[in-house]
Design a protein around this ligand. Structure first.
Ligand SMILES: C[S@@+](CC[C@H](N)C(=O)[O-])C[C@H]1O[C@@H](n2cnc3c(N)ncnc32)[C@H](O)[C@@H]1O
Length: 225
């Protein structure tokens, strides 16, 4: 991880200062969003750690039409944020929920109730829900000629899975579109390949085709023209 941080040191420090600014600038939006969660069913609020920087990269115009894909929705906290903020978002939410991927470490949750909570939390909104493995689903989306302006990847954090997710997501990302990765600098000794090792391969393979916009525990890349 140290080697990766050194390689991208400039991005790392630039992003650190952007993160600090965003924490300040989006403080009130975060307070307002947290108030909306009062009657919802969220047992985990991981997304709140990314709230400010996620906001920074989402469209500033809340009436903008854009194509959004989320990989790994859990109870739908980030999904709820996008749907409640953007009036014309064309949103696709994808998660495997109770169909475990044998290669991935799964969270020790009752995924039947997690999926039910997702359905309840998002009831009344318009969106496409896909219940399947991320790679399989993104390949299907590619075959259907779907493409996205913003892809949030928060599925399996195994290095090999995140690398496959990144490769499939890149195929269905529009030119100038963004991929936002969660928690890629997190170390977990139960994983054979760490997230950052997968991402590091992705960054080397695609270095000519992408621009790094943000590099901290979240990574944001833009598809170059
Ligand atoms: C950390 S949670 C996502 C949190 C969510 N974005 C939020 O804001 O609360 C990770 C999710 O990825 C899903 N997941 C793990 N491996 C997957 C795979 N291979 N395909 C699709 N989803 C997967 C899990 O079922 C889990 O719900």
């Amino acid at each position: 991880m140290l080697f990766l941080k050194l390689k991208y040191l400039l991005y790392y420090y630039k992003s650190k200062s952007l993160k600090k600014k965003c924490k300040k600038n989006y403080k009130n939006e975060k307070i307002e969003f947290v108030k909306k969660l009062y009657k919802k069913k969220f047992s985990n609020k991981w997304f709140l750690n990314n709230f400010e920087i996620f906001n920074f990269f989402l469209p500033k115009d809340k009436n903008k039409k854009f194509d959004y894909l989320e990989v790994g929705c859990f109870e739908g906290l980030s999904s709820f944020y996008v749907l409640s903020e953007y009036n014309y978002v064309n949103a696709f939410f994808l998660d495997i929920w109770d169909l475990p991927n044998p290669n991935s470490k799964t969270l020790s949750n009752d995924f039947d109730s997690i999926e039910k909570a997702f359905d309840e939390n998002l009831s009344g909104f318009n969106f496409i829900k896909i219940k399947d493995d991320s790679v399989v689903s993104m390949r299907k989306l590619f075959k259907q000629n779907k493409s996205f302006d913003f892809i949030y990847i928060d599925g399996s954090h195994n290095g090999e899975d995140i690398l496959s997710d990144a490769i499939e997501a890149f195929k269905i990302l529009k030119i100038d579109g963004l991929i936002f990765f969660d928690d890629f600098l997190q170390y977990d000794n139960s994983r054979n390949i760490q997230s950052y090792e997968g991402i590091s391969k992705f960054l080397s393979l695609y270095s000519n085709y992408l621009k790094i916009e943000f590099f901290q525990n979240n990574l944001v890349v833009r598809k170059k023209i």
